[in-house]
Design a protein around this ligand. Structure first.
Ligand code: ADP
Length: 409
């Protein structure tokens, strides 16, 4: 490999975490990847996965900037620092302004800041990462890849709320959707894998992780999705409620004396699988407990899987035809139990489960898990970091493959 071959660093800043991966565009797997967590807390630490080894270092209360410095020192010690020519940043909210990935200019930075009101926990953390990367790697081109951008193709009927439109005009209140990078990548792989006509297909992608969302995709384009203005809408999640009668929240707030922060914590942190099970937000823990007879865990998994199936039914109305339901995310990629429960509810579409294939498809495997064909059920492991790296490389260095993927979006 020539010493000058340019590398792409992917940075994904959460409110107290920083995920990263360093890619050589010529190689599919990351050279270095890892995660800094508990940032700005006493046990802040950073973990590196490189050359088959895992190394963890304490950051002594450090924040995003310290995590990035530790990452760059680690990369520098391997002689790779000068080769980083582009940095791709995951940005959660791009509002209506960003319909695709873009190079970060001072104007783009301002616009991302303007979207912060729509994602007050996420965009400010993303901006810290962007500013730290600009300061530490001034020679590199910086690219923003938005969670919302892929869904900007939704038609008006899918993105409007039946609220006074004054709030859309003045505050940007409408449905945006999230997990767009994952839905876009997984849809592209599913179309290839199932050899569907790229100009004539209908898919529902189920991204099921701690956060969960479902998207109806027509010919590679998002036409409706389950998340809305914020990631609270839609499916039941680890700790988020998903869809709930707004009247129920008003009732709880009045009766239990919750203020707005209390309602925020209720729907974001205390609900979902955790609230239902009164045990855990983690699907693996719930599956184990349910198998031993824990009623809360059983109820949580029933509601979770029923709502997923119900959402597939609703999203199918946005498609001319349902060719496939595609599972991804930590739960979608690994839980045969959740997939089987969802597919059994979808018999009305002609879907079923191939028990054996469903059981063995896990841990990064791709494959069809139904006996039915058109629609079929497929598992495709997501690759958000790789997709951000390809978008970034396409914008920073050019590159036909990555550009065409972006065009498809
Ligand atoms: P995030 O949204 O934080 O990226 P992930 O996509 O990593 O989350 O998904 C985390 C979820 O995946 C957890 O609920 C975890 O229990 C679940 N999960 C991971 N492996 C398995 C498994 N083998 N069986 C069931 N659930 C699993």
């Amino acid at each position: 490999m020539p010493i000058s071959s340019p590398l792409t660093l992917v940075v994904n800043c959460g409110s107290s975490s920083l995920k990263f991966a360093l890619f050589d565009p010529a190689e599919p797997a990351a050279l270095i990847s890892g995660l800094a967590e508990c940032l700005d807390a006493p046990d802040a630490r950073i973990r590196f996965d490189a050359d088959g080894e895992r190394i963890t270092t304490q950051l002594d209360g450090g924040g995003h900037r310290q995590a990035l410095d530790a990452l760059l020192a680690f990369v520098g010690a391997r002689g790779l620092l000068e080769r980083i020519a582009a940095v791709g940043h995951r940005v959660v909210h791009g509002g209506e302004r960003f319909t695709r990935s873009v190079e970060i200019t001072p104007e783009v930075l301002q616009d991302i800041e303007a979207c912060s009101a729509l994602a007050p926990l996420h965009n400010p953390a993303n901006l810290i990462g962007i500013r730290a990367a600009i300061a530490a790697l001034p020679q590199a081109r910086q690219v923003a890849v938005f969670d919302t951008a892929f869904h900007q193709t939704m038609p008006r009927e899918a993105y409007l709320y039946a609220l006074p439109q004054q709030y859309r005009r003045e505050l940007g209140v409408r449905r945006y959707g999230f997990h767009g990078t994952s839905h876009r990548y997984v849809a592209g792989r599913a179309i290839e894998q199932l050899e569907l006509d790229p100009q004539d297909n209908g898919l529902v992608i189920l991204h099921l992780g701690n956060g969960a969302s479902a998207t109806a995709i027509r010919n590679g384009v998002s036409v409706d999705t389950s998340m809305g203005l914020t990631p609270v809408e839609g499916l039941v999640m680890g700790t988020r409620s998903g869809d709930v009668d707004a009247g129920a929240l008003l009732y709880i707030a009045r009766r239990a004396g919750l203020d707005l922060d209390g309602v925020d914590a209720l729907v974001n942190k205390k609900s979902g699988l955790l609230g239902l099970s009164e045990l855990s937000n983690d699907c693996r823990t719930l599956e184990a407990a349910a198998a031993e007879g824990h009623e809360g865990a059983q109820a949580a998994l029933e509601v979770f899987t029923y709502r997923i199936a119900k959402t597939v039914g609703a999203l199918a109305t946005a498609l001319p035809r349902l060719d496939a339901v595609v599972f991804t995310g930590g739960i979608g990629e690994n839980s045969a139990t959740v997939r089987a429960a969802v597919l059994k509810r979808l018999a009305i579409f002609g879907l079923d489960v191939d028990e054996e294939r469903n059981r063995v498809t896990r841990g990064g495997a791709t494959g069809v898990v139904s006996r039915s064909h058109k629609p079929s059920a497929l598992v495709v492991p997501t690759d958000e970091e790789g997709t951000i790296a390809r978008d970034t490389a396409a914008i920073a260095f050019g590159g036909a493959a990555a550009s065409s993927e972006m065009e498809a979006a």
